[in-house]
Structure formats: structure tokens, C-alpha cells
Design a protein around this ligand. Structure first.
Ligand code: PLP
Length: 269
């Protein structure tokens, strides 16, 4: 009818990740972030986690055939423009997901190399780090490790001070992937929260003030999902990172004084 809104097609953004029953991280955070940044969200769930703000109590990996069925169902019907990959859990799942990405070739791919929660619970088998490096990183437009994940990818110690972070750059630049967004959020004694985008030899720092809050559950998921969403809307990598960083800063601020659960609370949206 003539009353209808003009047709606006949102980019279809797929998150391939684990479910977080507390709603703060994983698939749930991704769907909120994609929706809030103007994308249409769809999902492939790689594992169920039973968790709350205090920790993970159980993990139930999705059977490979069911992961495959979700991937085929989504890619064979929806025109997915951008994909974000989060928790994969083990090498088998990494291989299943990498094969689907090679087959369906979405335009944009953000890989968040999820390994461990902020509460210290493992979300990736130790022996899977090598598989992640060889199978998935070469397909990504950008990977978004936090400092412990960057250190694990390189097999080095976790930097504890700003001055130690730059020492990781050359190793990260040698990884087989197009770009790395390394996040400084774990440098808790810093007054600022810088992230660095490494593109070939080029390094660009995105530096914003740190929000002092314990409510940081889901920050990594939210940033990478927002980044995939903005890439899907056609922004360049640098522009998409700038926007995603702004989005996560606002989300952390929005949730900073909210009390949800008794542990490390979620970011707001
Ligand atoms: N994926 C799942 C399913 C999780 O439960 C978590 C953390 O709890 C993460 C990813 C990583 O969370 P964050 O965004 O806090 O790094």
C-alpha cells in the first residue's frame, strides 16, 4: 500500500557461536549487537553453555551433523553478507565451520578466536589453537583476539603492561590472516582502553577512555558482532572498527551501573 515504509533491506549477518544461558555473551550478545547496529541476525549454535554471571557449569557441544545442518539451512536460503565466528569449542567444529565458509564464501568474515571466558572457564580445547590458526584464520578479513588470546595464538606470555603489547605486533603480522584487531581491555591498570588494528605493516590505534566497571561479560562477543554488522553494511574495515568500538564503549557505559546476577555482569545494549 502507499502507506508502507520505503523498502529497506538490512544486511543479513550470521553469527556462528555458542549459546550463553545468562544472555550476556555468545549468541545472545551477538543477536543484540547485530540488531542494534542495523543488521538482520541469524545464528548457527555450536554449543550450549549452562552459565550465569559467576561462571560456566556445563558445556554441551552441538553434534557435527547438526552444526552442518544449520550451516546448510542458513546459507542455502538466506543471502548472508557477513559472518562472525565466536566459540567453536574443538578442532572438529573448527573444520566443519571452515569447510562451510570455504564452500559458501560470505563477503565478510570476522573471527573472534574465543578461548576462555573472563571468569576463566575454557571454551576451546588446548589442542584446537593450531587448527584455528591453519583452518580459519586464512579465511578471515579480520580476527579480534584479546590479549590472552593473542598470546595463545603466538605461544608467548600474556602482556601485562601497555609497553609489552607492541612486542606482539610482529608475531601477529606474520599470522596467515588479512588483519588483526588486538584489544587492550585486559590491561586493567590502564586509564584508557586502546585497541590496535594491524593491516599488513600498518598499525592504527583506536584509543578510548576506560569505563570503570566489573560488567564486562560479553564485551568481546559484542564488539566482533557489531564489526561484522558494520562490514555487512559496506563500511571499510577501519570505518567498521571505529563504529564497532564506539558501539561497545556505549554498551559498556550503558550497563556499567546495572545489576544483573551476582558476578561479572553483562554489557548493556
Ligand atoms: N562465547 C560464549 C558462548 C561465551 O559464553 C563467552 C563468555 O562467557 C564468550 C563467547 C566470550 O565472552 P566475552 O565476550 O566476554 O569475551
Amino acid at each position: 500500500s502507499p502507506q508502507q515504509e520505503p523498502h529497506h533491506q538490512k544486511p543479513i549477518v550470521l553469527t556462528i557461536a555458542g549459546s550463553d544461558s545468562s544472555g550476556g555473551a555468545g549468541i545472545q550478545a551477538d543477536i543484540k549487537a547485530i540488531s542494534a547496529t542495523g543488521g538482520y541476525a541469524c545464528s548457527v549454535i555450536t554449543a550450549l553453555t549452562a552459565q550465569n554471571t559467576q561462571g560456566v557449569t556445563a558445556v554441551h557441544p552441538t553434534p557435527q551433523a547438526m552444526i552442518q545442518a544449520q550451516l546448510d539451512a542458513v546459507f542455502s536460503d538466506l543471502a548472508v553478507t557477513s559472518v562472525k565466528v565466536g566459540m567453536l569449542g574443538d578442532s572438529e567444529t573448527i573444520r566443519t565451520v571452515a569447510a562451510a565458509l570455504r564452500k559458501y564464501q560470505p563477503q565478510h568474515l570476522v573471527v573472534d578466536p574465543v578461548m576462555v571466558t573472563a571468569n576463566g572457564d575454557m571454551l576451546l580445547a588446548d589442542d584446537a589453537v593450531h587448527c584455528l590458526r591453519t583452518e580459519l584464520l586464512p579465511l578471515a578479513d579480520v580476527i579480534t583476539p584479546n590479549l590472552p588470546e593473542a598470546a595463545a595464538l603466538l605461544g608467548v606470555a600474556i602482556p601485562e603492561h601497555l609497553s609489552e603489547v607492541e612486542a606482539l605486533f610482529s608475531g601477529l603480522q606474520q599470522l596467515d590472516c588479512k588483519a588483526v584487531l588486538i584489544k587492550g581491555g585486559f590491561l586493567q591498570q590502564e586509564a584508557r582502553s586502546p585497541d590496535w588494528l594491524l593491516m599488513g605493516e600498518q598499525v592504527r590505534c583506536f584509543d578510548t577512555p576506560r569505563v570503570m566497571t566489573g560488567n564486562t561479560h560479553g564485551t568481546g562477543c559484542t564488539l566482533s558482532a557489531a564489526l561484522a554488522s558494520y562490514l555487512g553494511q559496506g563500511f571499510s574495515l577501519e570505518e567498521a572498527v571505529e563504529r564497532a568500538k564506539h558501539y561497545i564503549d556505549q554498551a559498556i557505559l550503558a550497563g556499567s551501573l546495572v545489576r544483573i546476577g551476582h558476578g561479572r555482569g553483562p554489557v548493556g545494549h
